[in-house]
Design a protein around this ligand. Structure first.
Ligand code: CP
Length: 309
């Protein structure tokens, strides 16, 4: 049983809760891969997606997860909503609560916005990514993908390379992977490494080779041009040359290493097209697992609500 009505981040989730989500997601994946992707586990429930930033994977996979489990779902297009008339986040949340919504999935450029919303609504709030803070469902689907590849997470070496500083995916993966016993090695240009990263348990590396050496999983992170204000690296082509991952670098990893990326990928920048489309790439499996993880969370939060709310 989860311990909260909301999923705001992995920093505050226990290993037991993470395992419960992954185990439930593995069951949900069977339903997702079956001929009839339909269940009535969430019949009568309703979900709203409220995205203040763009998304393909997160938003659509939450919407599909709700549909497959029998819930109603609605997207609020922030660009054409009353947010544009100056409505506050809390007023928007209370308005949705008044409509008897069960789940609100929010993506917001401000770190902490999902928590603020969760404190003011009865609905379960799921963080679909908040600023540079956390993207918990992405890390959960990454962990499910890694566990499927190796049968475990404990004891693995995971290398994460790219724009660590602006990446909520990196933070959630660091919290989640460490709780399940993996070692996390990170590498980025000095301008893209946040201070205090080592205090959070990451191994901060001095080179790509050091990060990838002996790794079981190698994850590239997207260069987040929208969160940068310039000057962090000279150009995309130089980034690719000095900081990207290619076939030659992947040879430092274990023979059976896998390649991950949360997407969307800047092809040829963080990873070469050969790696993205190669046999070691699990990037599309991550997308499938994203639906399974979100189905699992909706089910588990429904159980929490039934027992506690
Ligand atoms: N990985 C991820 O969050 O993708 P979207 O921005 O497409 O949702």
């Amino acid at each position: 049983m989860l311990k909260s009505k909301d999923l705001l981040g992995l920093k505050d989730c226990s290993a037991e809760e993470i395992y419960e989500i992954l185990d439930t997601a593995a069951q949900m994946k069977n339903l997702l891969k079956s001929d009839c992707k339909q269940s009535d586990i969430l019949r009568g429930k309703s979900l709203v997606t409220l995205f203040y930033e763009n998304s393909t994977r997160t938003r659509s996979s939450f919407e599909l997860a709700a549909k497959y489990l029998g819930a109603s779902e609605v997207n609020i297009s922030v660009a054409t909503s009353s947010v544009q008339k100056g409505e506050t986040l809390i007023d928007t949340g209370e308005t949705l609560d008044a409509m008897q919504i069960d789940y609100i999935v929010i993506r917001h450029p401000m770190a902490g916005a999902p928590k603020l919303l969760a404190e003011h609504v009865k609905a379960s709030v799921l963080n679909g990514g908040d600023g540079m803070h956390e993207h918990p469902t992405q890390a959960l689907l990454d962990m499910l993908t890694i566990r499927e590849a190796f049968g475990k997470i404990n004891g693995l070496k995971v290398a994460i390379l790219g724009d660590i500083k602006h990446s909520r995916v990196a933070m959630s993966n660091l919290f989640g992977l460490k709780k399940l016993g993996a070692e996390v090695y990170m590498y980025a240009p000095a301008t893209m490494i946040p201070k205090e990263l080592e205090k959070l348990g990451a191994h901060v590396c001095k080179s790509r080779e050091e990060a990838i050496e002996g790794a079981d999983a190698v994850m590239g992170l997207r260069i987040q041009l929208e969160r940068q204000h310039g000057g962090l690296f000279p150009s995309l082509s130089e980034y690719s040359k000095f900081y990207g991952v290619n076939d030659a670098l992947l040879k430092y990893a274990k023979k059976n290493a896998v390649v991950l990326h949360p997407g969307p990928v800047n092809r040829g920048v963080e990873l070469t097209p050969q790696l993205i489309d190669g046999e070691k790439s699990l990037i599309l499996e991550q997308v499938t697992n994203g639906v399974a993880v979100r189905m699992a969370l909706l089910k588990l939060l429904a159980e929490y609500r039934e027992a506690n709310v």
